[in-house]
Design a protein around this ligand. Structure first.
Ligand code: ZN
Length: 525
């Protein structure tokens, strides 16, 4: 389920567009009047000015058909470029034509070939990367408008397998949505596409084959967290059952090691420390190696960014665990571009940080220093709306980090509906309450439904205020799958959002802009 923009245009709609364009002077005997656009006042009603590009003999533009968008390719002999759609001859120019190409997968592929900036690329050489997950495939333009004023490289496509399942989308569709947004905005800076929280080699291959440029390897199934709290005696017993050659090799390496950090701290290992982290992380490191190798086979060295996520565990990652993983990955020649530890406190989706921010600061300082030491970016997952800790993140990393957001852009969409379509919002809210138990299975949240105000007791004007309430935010946040799989409700939701798409883009620009400012990201770029 997403926009209706993949359908072929009706002939009458095309006739009407061509007539308006000719009357306005937008179409001349040379085709689209690309150079003179700024002197044509009504041009904005027929196309997105920022999108217009000339390449070879062709001019491309994102055209407007009311609330819908269509790719237009102007110029002779465009047929060989691989676009599909409705081909028309322009009455004003002999032999000149135009293709009205719907925003489908094949056309996105052809566009990525013709205009390379509409394809993602690896971002390993960037200091600051910001992931902007777009579950609905409609947020990209707002995301680009937010980030283009800052010195940060966006990861515009980012979806986990769980999110694909819950939204009924494919990696092709996720990537294509970003391509269209990039084209529409004329955004020519590098951007990434992240196959998020991938657990198997198959998914790594699949994401990279589709054109994704970043893999977030999720090795949580291989982390033996039960060893975190086991008594030393049991730890030592189980450790002795590991292969002797492995033990010998890590003991030689770690027991005499002292890692000095630029914060003045140092990390070393007793035999008990080493045994414990080895039991917890040995298999996780090995699985990371397998996922990395699958990526290398598909894309080659340097062909993609590799993030390791160890964030989905019960207890915070210790500095020793972080150092052990980093050094063991080095030994296996796994090149990590970013690493996501589990931090102190709670990083729940779509709401502010829960916990002691001074404790977070102390532990984050060490993780950030370790990341510097080993030459990758520290990554913050569930990074939406963590306004309490953003200044700490920006300061302690000196502006070198990766952050992931997704849920907050979905919440902004529903907030637009609450503001502009209150009756529809009330239905979405009731459905979210009815399906809460099912939705809560997929996410670790502490939502207390008793703390969510009953919309029946609120006026229409008060509905957007629900988004100030953390429990209400979480209720809506985790319910996206349940809401989108109700066909009638989902259809009305998409239609309403399409109608208010400009308001949605503006809301995102402001909300993501607040994130970037709080993180201390430099403006400009
Ligand atoms: Zn994560």
């Amino acid at each position: 389920m997403s926009w209706s923009e993949t359908r072929i245009m009706k002939e009458a709609e095309i006739d009407a567009w061509l007539k308006s364009a000719e009357d306005m002077g937008l179409l001349t005997s040379q085709g689209l009047a690309a150079d003179g656009l700024s002197s044509i006042p009504g041009a904005d009603t027929l196309l997105f000015r920022e999108s217009v590009r000339q390449t070879g003999r062709w001019t491309l533009a994102m055209l407007k058909f009311g609330a819908r968008r269509v790719l237009g390719i102007f110029g002779a002999d465009a047929a060989g470029l691989g676009f599909e759609g409705t081909v028309r001859k322009l009455s004003s120019g002999k032999g000149r034509g135009v293709i009205f190409a719907p925003l489908g997968h094949r056309n996105a592929e052809s566009l990525r070939k013709l205009l390379p900036y509409t394809a993602p690329s690896p971002l390993a050489d960037k200091d600051l990367t910001f992931s902007l997950g777009d579950r609905l495939g409609m947020a990209g333009v707002g995301h680009i408008r937010a980030i283009k004023g800052f010195e940060a490289a966006p990861v515009l496509a980012q979806q986990s397998v769980r999110e694909l399942d819950l939204t009924g989308r494919s990696y092709e569709d996720v990537l294509d949505s970003s391509t269209w947004a990039v084209f529409q905005e004329g955004y020519e800076r590098p951007w990434g596409a992240d196959g998020d929280h991938l657990k198997t080699e198959d998914w790594v291959r699949k994401a990279l084959k589709t054109g994704f440029t970043m893999i977030t390897a999720d090795v949580s199934d291989y982390i033996m967290g039960e060893y975190t709290l086991k008594p030393a005696k049991e730890v030592m017993e189980d450790y002795r059952n590991l292969e002797e050659s492995y033990r010998k090799q890590i003991e030689e390496k770690f027991l005499s090691l002292r890692i000095e950090l630029d914060t003045g701290e140092a990390i070393d290992f007793s035999i008990e420390d080493l045994s414990r982290v080895a039991l917890i992380y040995k298999e996780a490191v090995e699985h990371a190696g397998r996922l990395y190798t699958a990526g290398i086979e598909e894309r080659g060295k340097g062909g993609f960014d590799f993030e390791l996520s160890i964030d989905e565990t019960e207890t915070p990652t210790t500095p020793q665990a972080h150092a052990f993983i980093a050094l063991e990955l080095q030994r296996a020649s796994v090149e990590v571009s970013s690493l996501a530890p589990r931090f102190v406190g709670e990083f729940q989706k779509g709401i502010d940080y829960i916990g002691d921010s001074a404790a977070f600061e102390r532990s984050f300082r060490t993780h950030a220093a370790l990341a510097r030491k080993f030459g990758y970016r520290i990554s913050i997952h569930s990074g939406s709306d963590k306004f309490t800790v953003f200044p700490i993140v920006g300061r302690l990393t000196e502006g070198r980090f990766h952050i992931k957001t997704a849920g907050t852009s979905w919440l902004e969409a529903v907030k637009v509906i609450a503001r502009l379509e209150p009756a529809l919002y009330r239905e979405l809210h009731s459905q979210a309450l009815r399906s809460f138990d099912r939705a809560a299975r997929y996410y670790q949240v502490t939502t207390d439904l008793k703390k969510v105000p009953d919309p029946a007791g609120l006026s229409d004007q008060e509905l957007p205020g629900l988004f100030e309430n953390p429990d209400a935010r979480q209720l809506i946040h985790i319910s996206y799958g349940e809401l989108l799989k109700e066909p009638a409700l989902s259809k009305r939701f998409f239609q309403a959002l399409e109608e208010h798409i400009q308001e949605y883009w503006l809301a995102l620009q402001q909300h993501i802009g607040r994130h970037l400012k709080a993180l201390g990201v430099k403006e400009g770029g």
